[in-house]
Ligand binder design. Structure first.
Ligand code: EPU
Length: 418
């Protein structure tokens, strides 16, 4: 167990450099096994989720070499075997091994995926896609078996524009016979990043980033060198932190278009920003911020993964704000802890009402999941006095070197093993 200790109310200034995107990397690492030769993925963040996926590849017999920010994966010695729960339950993205192994061997056996408890998190759309490609799915005693005599291209309509299902179906279809069309596909930048990677390996995917993706099956995928895009959620989290307690704090190595919905909301509240081609500077913390309402939505809507840290900013706005969560039914677990710190927030169904401004005061809180943990860090930096955040390992799953990055800009933060 790890905990973070943060002393709040220190002004943050300087530069925070954003790492590669977690939600791209966690798909790219399993996708690499589709290649017949060595692939290199650079700008992979060193976080627990990517470590766990590399361990899964090694468990299957691949050679994985980590050299600073690059991961070099040689799948030539890979063996297709059952992946037990000890690996899969560590993170949600272990489900990408389903699509990748199915695409390569037409057979996969693995335990149920784990991940943050933010909702029921069904995978029915992933399975529906595999079945449309000709696979048979069985689920017995915590174990999925997905197998096909032959994978054939198909027209697949997703009832929900699911990120995971879109990527998993791309992985399964990339070597199928014929053409696959995914309609109502998710449009997140991470999907474009994964499609680019597969295309560099020799796949024929068009339309990634739109709601219709076309995949023409190919026989073989070869070596490639690929770069992970900057993490828009990490960038958004630090931009929010900068709006809470920054002074000329620069968030560097970002793709600002990926953060449009957040930046528009910050401007609406009165946060002063300078946006460059690959950076965002939060110029100063305004004395008075206006309240606003947000409703989470699929990309390019307001990202659910930023909803929890953004709620912290609403506690200092002058008036009543509303936060509607439409993606995950259980993503308000941070609210009781924000109230413990002194916020005034009520939750009814899927909407939280934040009455600001309130003064936060340090106390002991819990990181109930990854982004709730990020919200606790933001709140602790804002609060008067000392805050202890337990279950901090959730935070380390998604934020590379969070302690070092915050310390470097003036935060008083330490991590302790308990
Ligand atoms: N859904 C279904 N059936 C499915 C798949 C999804 O009903 O088969 C529903 C989900 O229950 C949810 C909605 O569709 O209500 C969207 O789920 P989606 O599949 O898009 O989410 P995901 O792929 O499991 C990824 C990110 C999440 C992020 C969501 C939404 C990864 C590894 N995870 O999850 O990131 O919140 O997309 O943008 O890419 C995080 O980073 O903290 C995180 C939770």
């Amino acid at each position: 167990m790890k905990k973070l200790r943060i002393e709040g109310k220190h002004e943050l200034t300087g530069t925070i450099r954003i790492s590669g995107a977690k939600n791209s990397s966690v798909a790219l690492i399993p996708a690499a096994l589709l290649a017949s030769e060595t692939v290199t993925i650079c700008n992979v963040p060193e976080i627990t989720d990517t470590d766990n996926l590399c361990n899964m590849l090694e468990f299957l017999g691949a050679t994985v070499r980590r050299a600073s920010e690059s991961v070099v994966i040689d799948p030539k010695t890979l063996e297709n075997k059952f992946i037990p729960e000890v690996y899969t339950k560590k993170l949600r993205a272990s489900y990408y091994f389903m699509g990748a192994l199915l695409g390569k061997y037409k057979h996969v056996e693995l335990s149920l995926p784990g991940g943050c408890s933010i909702g029921a998190r069904p995978i029915n759309l992933h399975l529906k896609g595999f079945e449309a490609l000709g696979a048979k799915v069985t689920n017995e005693k915590n174990k999925y078996t997905v197998e096909a005599k032959e994978l054939r291209g198909a027209n697949i309509y997703l009832d929900i524009a699911s990120v995971g299902a879109t990527i998993n179906i791309m992985l399964a279809a990339v070597k199928a016979k014929g053409t696959t069309i995914i309609d109502n596909a998710a449009k997140e930048p991470e999907i474009v990043n994964v499609a680019t990677f597969l295309n560099l390996m020799g796949a024929k995917i068009t339309g990634a980033g739109t709601s219709t993706i076309k995949i023409e099956g190919v026989d073989r995928l070869g070596k490639c060198f690929h770069e992970v895009i900057p993490d828009r959620i990490e960038a958004g989290t630090y931009t929010i932190i900068a709006a809470l307690c920054g002074h000329n704090l620069k968030i560097d190595n970002v793709i600002p278009e990926h953060l449009d919905s957040l930046l528009r909301k910050l401007e609406e509240m009165g946060v002063e920003l300078e946006v460059g081609s690959d950076y965002i500077i939060v110029l100063d913390r305004k004395k008075e911020l206006k309240p606003t309402n947000i409703k989470t939505a699929v990309y390019p809507g307001f990202a659910t993964d930023l909803q929890q840290p953004f709620t912290v900013l609403l506690t200092i706005a002058n008036g009543k704000s509303k936060v509607e969560e439409t993606i995950w039914e259980n993503r308000f677990m941070h609210i009781p802890y924000l109230n413990k710190l002194g916020a005034d927030i009520t939750v009814k169904n899927r909407t939280a009402t934040v009455q600001g401004p309130t003064e936060l005061k340090g106390c002991e809180v819990v990181a109930t999941d990854l982004r709730a943990g990020a919200a606790m860090v933001a709140a602790a930096l804002l609060a008067e006095g000392k805050t202890t955040i337990t279950n901090a390992e959730h935070i380390l799953r998604g934020y590379e070197q969070i302690v070092e990055k915050l310390k470097a800009v003036g935060a008083k933060i330490v991590i302790k093993e308990i």
